[in-house]
Write a protein of this length. Structure first.
Length: 236
């Protein structure tokens, strides 16, 4: 009798559950939200430091007097310095900015020897003020830059009296890749070319030889961004 009573209760409970499930209707399913990638804000001021190397450009020398330049040599150099700048991001992945930088050089001597004697052109530092145009995707920025270049006014030294038209102001162009690796911090690698036109050396008042005055540099650097507040918007 007890087994019959328990079976009856079980059947009644099962029937009640089926009726309740039918009353609730079909279960609804919601689609998981799509992944939203953050948009990083590069706008604002930054300051940083860099190290790298400087390499001689065109080592060719033009003999203007017909007496013959006997030799020409240029040293590569280690460089280190700093930069400061401002970025403005728009549209929304494009960036414009302005940057000033200065680099000290360990040794960037260029030496010449001809029938008039020997001469040395030494550059102790390079500086530039450039505009930047870049494109960003997330924490990555690729950019091009260009503007005015400066260097020290050491000039040339020689074993005989001479005059020269060495320029201390020229132009620079370059580009690089920058990556935001931590909140407010980015790292970059950059190529920059400096051109100071042509220098003519004239011992005794008569032009003896001339050379193209340019330098190639490769820099690795780090920047601190003062306005950083993390990703500020979202895009699908």
């Amino acid at each position: 009798m007890k087994k019959i009573l328990l079976g009856t209760v079980a059947l009644l409970a099962l029937g009640s559950t089926s009726v309740l499930a039918a009353d609730l209707g079909p279960r609804t399913y919601t689609k998981a939200p799509a992944y939203v990638a953050p948009v990083y804000n590069w706008s604002g001021f930054y300051v940083g430091a860099h190290v790298g190397g400087a390499f001689g450009g065109d080592n060719g020398v033009t003999d203007l007097a017909g007496t013959g330049v006997l030799s020409s040599n240029r040293d590569s150099a280690f460089l280190g310095g700093g930069q400061v700048g401002y970025n403005y991001q728009f549209a929304p992945n494009w960036l414009v900015g302005v940057e000033g930088d200065i680099s000290g050089l360990s040794s960037s001597d260029r030496t010449f020897t001809d029938v008039n004697g020997s001469f040395r052109d030494r550059t102790d530092w390079l500086a530039s003020v450039t505009g930047r145009l870049g494109y960003t995707w997330g924490p990555t920025l690729v950019y091009a830059k260009g503007g005015v270049a400066f260097r020290d006014d050491n000039g040339l030294t020689g074993t005989t009296p001479f005059t020269t038209n060495r320029n201390d102001t020229g132009y620079t162009v370059g580009g690089g890749l920058e990556y935001m690796f931590a909140p407010a911090w980015s790292a970059k690698i950059e190529y920059q070319y400096y051109n100071f036109d042509t220098t003519t050396v004239s011992p005794g008042g008569a032009p003896s030889f001339s050379y193209k005055d340019d330098i190639h540099t490769v820099k690795a650097g780090i920047n601190y961004h003062f306005n950083w507040g993390g990703p500020v918007a979202a895009r699908y």
